[in-house]
Ligand binder design. Structure first.
Ligand code: ADP
Ligand code: MG
Length: 511
């Protein structure tokens, strides 16, 4: 296997790669970097999500820039601001020791004046979303007449978003002899159209395209009624506090509603979609990257190409219409060689969709059940017990305090003491909240008390198993406890005014 050095990269770049801990090139990098460095040809790079396509085009691009030529030599087009920013961050890092090379990202939503100001200085590489770039070209802030390299990242999404005319227009300002490099995980018809229209006999580098879905993803599906999907999500989140992930919904309104639902129940969640202001989207992404958000509820468009480290799960609250979207969605997890789980919530009549995805994408799904309330509590108890077992007390507690406690507990058996401490702990745990699924199930005459999935769960309305009465490990009443906590006022997620919400309630629109 080649090393980065073998690929012909410069010392400046190799130094950064060592600092970043990139030990060896991924397959797409090993195959495309030498070609992009040496050949003056158009190129299509196809490889699974999360395999480092940004570096595959970014490193040779930066190396080919002539710092003594002040013209804008390279343009990277991306469908969303988030992706543009992310590419820019990576290129900034990669070019750390190429001190004379300048890289700038321009995208809508941020003040254009500042971007115009930044563009007065020579910018060798510009990363842009199509709409804003056109504005800047019209204002003569950007000149592309000496462009040598054009990179199209997630190009199909740009067409899906209706940027076709913008792209045509942008390209009309660029010289014919520039090189065009296109990178994607999937090859939908949109990409074939782009290739025909904008590229000249491109070299194709395909890595593992028999299976375009990232091989490190475990695919699961859960059959669940529409009205029970929220509860199903909560239970999965409750079953493992280490879950971090993206939940995909089809419309902006759906992302909004689901984010509100989770926030009302004090989950660390927020929405990301195209109707939020740039500042709000930035804030959400920052919190998500900093792990202060556990789940991001996003539309397909908003989360395309996004690279957040260590996401354990992707949820499909509804399956996407296009197979390629399944690939892009699930590819938000299992990045840079890690593993991840993709869980689709489907209706009972949608099983054919799973079969189709299996066939078309060459993947295998495993059917799963919604974790039961008792599973969740049992997991929580297990986790707590391990924590207790692993707690080191030596030298950390005053002997007198231990003696005092022992005296007070003197008459309790070990079993009694365990029960009391456990009950105390369970009452403190914040698992779930005011769920009314139990009631719904009862009304429909299915499940309800005594059914497998709801055993042990009282409901708030009928008092269930009685307030805070936990009889044995299977009688933990989550809803009773949460009623103590006081319900937080319905709060809209950041970036969504009540007005906007009403507007969307009226007109449910595709994201
Ligand atoms: P893609 O565009 O193929 O979906 P990205 O370019 O966003 O993937 O890269 C995914 C992640 O992998 C990034 O966090 C990136 O820093 C990391 N990465 C890229 N190349 C390597 C490498 N050779 N070794 C280790 N990590 C890498
Ligand atoms: Mg990418």
């Amino acid at each position: 296997m080649a090393s980065f050095k073998d690929l012909g990269l410069s010392e400046e770049i190799l130094k950064v790669l060592v600092e970043l801990g990139f030990e060896k090139p991924t397959d797409i990098q090993a195959e495309s970097i030498p070609l992009l460095l040496e050949k003056n040809k158009d190129l299509i790079g196809l490889a699974q999500t999360g395999t480092g396509k940004t570096a595959a085009f970014g490193l040779p691009l930066l190396q080919r820039i002539d710092p003594n030529n002040k013209a804008t030599q390279a343009l990277v087009l991306a469908p969303t601001r988030e992706l543009g920013q992310q590419i820019a961050e990576q290129l900034h890092t990669f070019s750390k020791y190429q001190t004379k090379v300048s890289v700038l990202a321009v995208y809508g939503g941020a003040a254009i004046v500042n971007q115009i100001k930044a563009l007065r200085k020579p910018q060798h590489v510009i990363i842009a979303t199509p709409g804003r770039l056109i504005d800047l070209i019209k204002r003569k802030a950007v000149k592309l007449d000496e462009l040598q390299y054009l990179v199209l990242d997630e190009a199909d999404e740009m067409l899906n978003m209706g940027f076709k005319e913008e792209i045509d227009k942008i390209l009309s300002y660029t010289p014919d002899d520039k090189l065009t490099w296109l990178f994607s995980a999937t090859m939908p018809d949109e990409i074939k159209r782009i290739v025909r229209k904008y590229m000249d006999q491109p070299i194709e580098v395909k890595v593992n395209t028999k299976n375009e879905v990232n091989a490190n993803i475990e695919h699961q599906y859960i059959v669940v009624r529409r009205r029970d999907k929220e509860e199903a999500l909560l239970r999965i989140l409750d079953s493992d506090p280490d879950i971090r992930g993206v939940v995909f919904c089809r419309t902006r309104l759906d992302t909004q509603d689901l984010a509100e639902f989770l926030m009302r129940r004090k989950y660390r969640a927020d929405a990301l979609h195209g109707d939020m202001s740039q500042a709000q989207r930035d804030k959400v992404m920052k919190r998500f990257k900093a792990k202060s958000l556990q789940v991001l509820i996003a539309t397909d468009v908003a989360a395309r190409g996004i690279d957040v480290n260590d996401l354990t799960h992707v949820f499909h609250f509804t399956l996407p219409d296009q197979n390629a979207y399944y690939t892009h969605r699930s590819g938000r997890t299992a990045r840079a060689g890690k593993k991840g789980v993709s869980i689709a919530f489907i209706g009972s009549s949608d099983q054919y969709k799973i079969k189709m995805l299996q066939k078309k994408l060459g993947i295998k799904f495993e059917a799963k059940e919604i974790p039961s309330a008792e599973d969740i509590v049992a997991k929580a108890v297990e986790k707590w017990c391990h924590e207790v077992l692993e707690t080191k007390t030596k030298g950390k507690l005053d002997e007198q305090l231990i003696e005092q406690a022992n005296m007070l507990f003197g008459n309790l058996s070990k079993e009694e003491l365990t029960a009391k401490v456990l009950l105390n702990e369970l009452q403190k745990l914040n698992i779930g909240s005011d769920r009314d699924l139990n009631d719904q199930l009862k009304q429909r005459g299915e499940g309800g008390r005594g059914s497998d999935r709801d055993r042990g769960r009282g409901s708030r309305r009928d008092g269930g198993g009685g307030k805070n009465k936990y009889k044995g490990k299977k009688k933990f009443d989550r809803s009773g406890r949460s009623s103590k906590g006081g319900k937080k006022k319905n709060k809209y997620p950041e970036g969504f005014s009540k007005d906007a919400k009403n507007r969307y309630k009226k007109k449910k629109k595709k994201a």
